[in-house]
Design a protein around this ligand. Structure first.
Ligand SMILES: C[S@@+](CC[C@H](N)C(=O)[O-])C[C@H]1O[C@@H](n2cnc3c(N)ncnc32)[C@H](O)[C@@H]1O
Length: 294
């Protein structure tokens, strides 16, 4: 509907907008056309999906019609739903996102599970945690909230990303508001808040060479700084974080780094003789490198 011919009638009810939106997105090649139309029409109407279905005959106001058409048109141009609604759920909490930050992925929740297990195993009452490349703040803020008593520092090179992370800290409240954010290149500038018991990072690890194979949602809309490793070196961040961890971690401290699905073997090789292992995700793909400082 959003870019339909002038002869196509405009939807008059929520149900009509839903059906026309779904058909429009399917024509545009959007994989989850039905779900996305539901999310966007609900967002345009200021309700959730359940309430949308409870009153499909509801007539649309002029504002709702305009909002819905704009959201669907932008989705048709493959803007991700999370940027259009401004929200994404991670580890059971809603985070604000915009085009300055990576959209948090469910795969990254494994890193939170491992971080929690590592703190529990060592019976640390007040773990000092550093998150390098915090983006929307999902790792730093989730750990602050899941690990009461922790002292969390979060670093990002992008001032715009830090604005999003700070807003999320305010919205989430409680221990999230205690997280210290720092605009910096890599983890070393956070040295004065350490030494750390845990260093976590989901760094930019996509090789620029595979850019062409990414979906338009990722390639054309998510920030390059958040996606791509420096040209020609997809293992840059593993190498760099291993070196930084040697300086930043307390004895017995642990480094957890998210990996690309094909980076497990090289990550272990780069860890050298440090005690290290690679954890697999639910799809059995190598996902997180764990290294312990002796
Ligand atoms: C893959 S995103 C991860 C964001 C978030 N932690 C998550 O898991 O959703 C990587 C983040 O690293 C940041 N970044 C890139 N280069 C950096 C650098 N040299 N120093 C600090 N942060 C950097 C990017 O701005 C981006 O926010």
């Amino acid at each position: 509907m959003a870019s339909a011919s002038a002869s196509e009638p405009l939807p008059r009810t929520a149900g009509e907008m839903l059906r026309m939106g779904r058909e429009f997105l399917a024509r545009k090649g959007v994989a989850e056309a039905r779900l996305d139309a539901e999310l966007l029409v609900a967002h345009a109407l200021g309700c959730d999906r359940l309430h949308l279905f409870l009153d499909l005959e509801r007539p649309l106001t002029a504002d709702e019609l305009a909002r819905g058409r704009e959201l669907l048109a932008r989705r048709g141009k493959r803007e991700p739903v999370a940027y259009l609604t401004g929200n994404r759920e991670f580890y059971g909490r809603v985070f604000h996102v915009n085009a300055s930050v990576l959209i948090p992925r469910s795969e990254t929740e494994l890193l939170v599970d491992l971080a929690r297990a590592s703190v529990r195993e060592r019976a640390l009452a007040a773990p000092r945690i550093l998150d390098v490349g915090t983006g929307s703040g999902v790792l730093a803020l989730t750990l602050a909230l899941e690990l009461p008593g922790s002292r969390v520092t979060a670093v990002d090179l992008s001032a715009a990303a830090l604005t999003v992370a700070r807003a999320n800290a305010e919205r989430l409240g409680g221990a999230a508001r205690e997280v210290v954010f720092l605009e910096a290149d890599g983890g070393l500038p956070a040295r004065s808040s350490g030494p750390f018991d845990l260093l976590v990072s989901n760094p930019p690890y996509v090789a620029r060479e595979v850019q062409g194979s990414l979906s338009p949602e990722v390639r054309d809309h998510e920030p390059a700084l958040a996606l791509f490793a420096p040209a020609g070196d997809p293992h840059h961040w593993v190498r760099r974080l291993l070196a930084e961890a040697d300086e930043l971690l307390a004895p017995g401290g642990v480094l957890l780094v998210e990996l690309g699905h094909d980076q497990g073997d090289e990550a272990l090789r780069l860890a050298g003789d440090r005690p290290a292992r690679v954890h697999r995700d639910l799809a059995r793909l190598p996902r997180v490198l764990e290294v312990r400082r002796p």
